[in-house]
Design a protein around this ligand. Structure first.
Ligand SMILES: [Zn+2]
Length: 182
């Protein structure tokens, strides 16, 4: 599955696209929130830690359209007043942030059976996976493989594939803002 690098960079890209503004440090709360929500589905390893196998629940219902809707709705109810966008756009932003995780994982190489995730829960409990891999996977078992050459290549490819569009979108919106203010 993809690493937090890919999910976080794509989360910040969604923030830039929704706000149509360049990255600004004064928006640090959203710049922390966006990557966190985009990576949240992988926190499903936590209940597994108590059972001695952190993979017990990994890529289960946390990676599903059902949980994406529930989390987006709950967060929307809590955050809608402080959200940078009004009404449905705030919900859409939250939905896209959490849901982006599913899309990226769907297109990521996965050698760990069962392949893919329960993306369609509650409509189906089957695991689905794209037949085409767009992104490399990272090995986490055993933990020493976190620092392997394979993983290093994955980290670097994610930085390039997800960092490049983020850089150019942010630059483009910054330029647009500058032109409209002069
Ligand atoms: Zn995941």
């Amino acid at each position: 599955m993809a690493t937090p690098i890919a999910h976080s960079l794509f989360g910040i890209t969604l923030y830039v696209l929704f706000t149509q503004k360049a990255i600004q440090l004064k928006e640090w709360k959203w710049l922390l929130f966006a990557p966190l929500l985009a990576s949240l589905a992988d926190f499903d390893f936590i209940p597994g830690l108590f059972m001695g196998d952190y993979n017990s629940f990994h890529r289960g219902v946390s990676h599903s359209i059902g949980v994406t809707l529930i989390i987006s709705l709950l967060l929307w109810l809590v955050l809608r007043k402080g959200c940078s966008f009004s009404g449905w756009k705030c919900f859409l932003f939250l939905f896209c942030l959490y849901g982006s995780h599913l899309v990226i994982d769907f297109f990521t190489r996965d050698t760990w059976a069962p392949h893919g995730a329960q993306f369609l829960w509650p409509f189906s409990s089957d695991y689905f996976k794209s037949p085409v891999d767009l992104f490399l996977d990272a090995n986490r078992t055993p933990w020493t493989r976190v620092f392997s050459l394979h993983n290093l290549i994955t980290y670097l490819s994610e930085c390039v594939l997800f960092g490049t569009p983020l850089y150019y979108f942010s630059k483009w919106f910054g330029k647009k803002e500058y032109n409209s203010s002069t």
